[in-house]
Design a protein around this ligand. Structure first.
Ligand SMILES: [Zn+2]
Length: 278
């Protein structure tokens, strides 16, 4: 744990954290010393970026290769009307700069892919997955699990959200344990086709930020092993256990050693090992 070394401005800014014994000056210093990567500066990424920055996470990586569109603004709250057409990474970085000068933003204006994911993760303590597609979701799961980087998973669809945390260890579980492959293309509609209640990713992304902050401070019980399913229309939360699958293609025995073994298109399936010749 980093030694508490908060200056007077920081003691003021973070006073509601510092006053709680579960966080205290040491917990706040740990946050200031932390590096979190948020993948996707969209509906889930917005509240995550907002609350991680407000909490004083010292280094915030933001990865996104998109530009702001007007149809994003109904839910992607770090962007403003004047940002339409601007890279999301830039717009999100400007938001953080206005909010908290303690936070250094690292802009990754790129599409996270098998070729860059390992070097990207190497610089971070934890990843918040705010992506909106199965390809990135499976890629992040596989890369984080292989590298032992904890990550928070969140997803939204119409009025329903789901969120959980994976400790990132080789002992699993990981996202592939309950969901070994992505559904075939075209079977699940995306937000553009199916719609999404604008506030829903706000709730889910805020839970992802909560999980990240707890992990970095080292308090509480995480969602590791539990998928929290949120029905916004009925205002109901339900928990589904997530168990490790010993035959999981990533965290199971004989699982992959590298994301290079996976074709991240369509179902993101791990290729069956070639039959041994002997
Ligand atoms: Zn697994």
């Amino acid at each position: 744990m980093a030694s508490p070394s908060l200056d007077a401005t920081q003691l003021d800014r973070y006073s509601r954290h510092v006053i709680m014994e579960e966080v205290g000056p040491a917990g706040q210093a740990a946050l200031l010393d932390s590096r979190v990567l948020v993948v996707g500066a969209g509906g889930l990424g917005s509240p995550a970026i907002q609350y991680l920055a407000a909490a004083g996470v010292g280094e915030l990586g933001i990865a996104d290769d998109d530009t702001v569109e007007r149809s994003n603004l109904q839910r992607q709250t770090v962007h403003r009307d004047a940002d339409v057409g601007r890279p999301k990474v830039e717009s999100a970085a400007a938001f953080v700069a206005r909010l908290n000068p303690d936070v250094e933003v690292r802009r990754h204006e790129l599409r996270v892919g098998p070729e860059n994911v390992a070097s990207l993760l190497a610089d971070y303590d934890l990843v918040v997955d705010g992506s909106d597609n199965f390809r990135t979701r499976y890629l992040l799961n596989d890369a984080c699990t292989l590298a032992g980087v904890p990550f928070s998973h969140g997803a939204v669809h119409r009025f329903e959200g789901q969120v959980t945390t994976f400790s990132g260890g080789a002992d699993g579980p990981c996202y592939r344990c309950p969901f070994p492959e992505a559904p075939p293309p075209g079977t699940i509609e995306d937000c553009a086709t199916a719609g999404v209640l604008g506030v829903l990713p706000g709730t889910v992304g805020a839970i992802q930020a909560t999980e990240a902050i707890k992990h970095l401070v080292g308090v509480g019980d995480s969602l590791d092993g539990r998928l929290l399913v949120y029905d916004a229309l009925g205002t109901r939360f339900e928990e589904v256990p997530v168990r490790r699958d010993p035959d999981c293609p990533v965290c199971g025995e004989g699982g992959i050693d590298s994301v290079a073994e996976v074709e991240y298109a369509d179902t993101c399936a791990v290729a069956a090992p070639a039959d041994a010749a002997d």
